[in-house]
Design a protein around this ligand. Structure first.
Ligand SMILES: CSCCC(=O)C(=O)COP(=O)(O)O
Ligand SMILES: [Zn+2]
Length: 211
């Protein structure tokens, strides 16, 4: 009998959580055309992550696999998300990060294009800023970084590392691509993702109204 280097019971729990949440996000139209990827920390060396190219609205246990924090598949013939390194870099750096969610909603994609030149979007004077962990005091603004898109994920990951060095963030946009958001667990990552989505929608509407 082969011994797995991770806890299969924990994998089952995480897979169920990823599948249920991803189905809801797909129903909102945030994962079009097999885009988006999702992961959860299993332990201090492994994460459960979506298999590359799968329809995120129809995931089953067979669409969730294990990678180590170098992004390498563990005990599986499957190919992990093309963007695995953007997940594992967060688990490697921050022991408190337990879940990473990446979506391609219309608002996220449009906002990334409109603010890609500026390199960030500022959320100012929104009560919903308090949805982000650590920002429930008197803070009235926050900046969401917008990175240039890059097909070479190690290069993108290096740029994200620079952002992470610069200060505490709970997500970033990639120009013409989508949003990464994370948190201590699925519930917190989901809250952050929904707050980003709502605030981006507000900014897009405000631009229309002010035109
Ligand atoms: C068809 S979407 C292009 C790739 C992408 O941006 C994405 O989020 C999905 O990639 P994955 O390999 O995780 O399926
Ligand atoms: Zn993507």
């Amino acid at each position: 009998m082969t011994t797995l280097p991770y806890d299969p019971a924990r994998l089952s729990v995480c897979a169920a959580d990823i599948i249920a949440n991803t189905r809801e996000l797909a129903a909102l139209g945030w994962t079009p055309a097999t885009s988006s990827n999702f992961s959860m920390r299993l332990d201090d060396r492994h994460a459960a992550i979506t298999v590359s190219g799968r329809d995120k609205g129809k995931l089953t246990d067979a669409d969730i696999m294990v990678v180590d924090f170098d992004g390498q598949p563990v005990a599986t013939p499957h190919r992990p998300s093309a963007e695995t390194l953007l997940h594992t870099q967060l688990y490697r750096r921050f022991p408190e990060v337990g879940c990473v969610l990446h979506t391609h909603s219309l608002n996220q994609t449009l906002a990334s294009r409109l603010y890609g030149g500026a390199g960030h979007i500022r959320f100012e004077d929104y009560e919903l800023i308090k949805a982000f962990r650590g920002q429930n005091t008197h803070q009235t603004s926050m900046d969401v970084p917008v990175l240039p898109n890059n097909q070479h994920i190690p290069t993108l990951a290096a740029q994200v590392d620079v952002l992470l060095d610069a200060g505490s963030i709970w997500g970033y946009l990639i120009n013409g691509h989508g949003l990464y958001a994370w948190g201590a667990d699925m519930a917190e990552a989901r809250r952050h993702l929904e707050a980003f989505e709502f605030l981006l929608a507000c900014e897009l509407e405000m631009r229309k109204l002010h035109r």
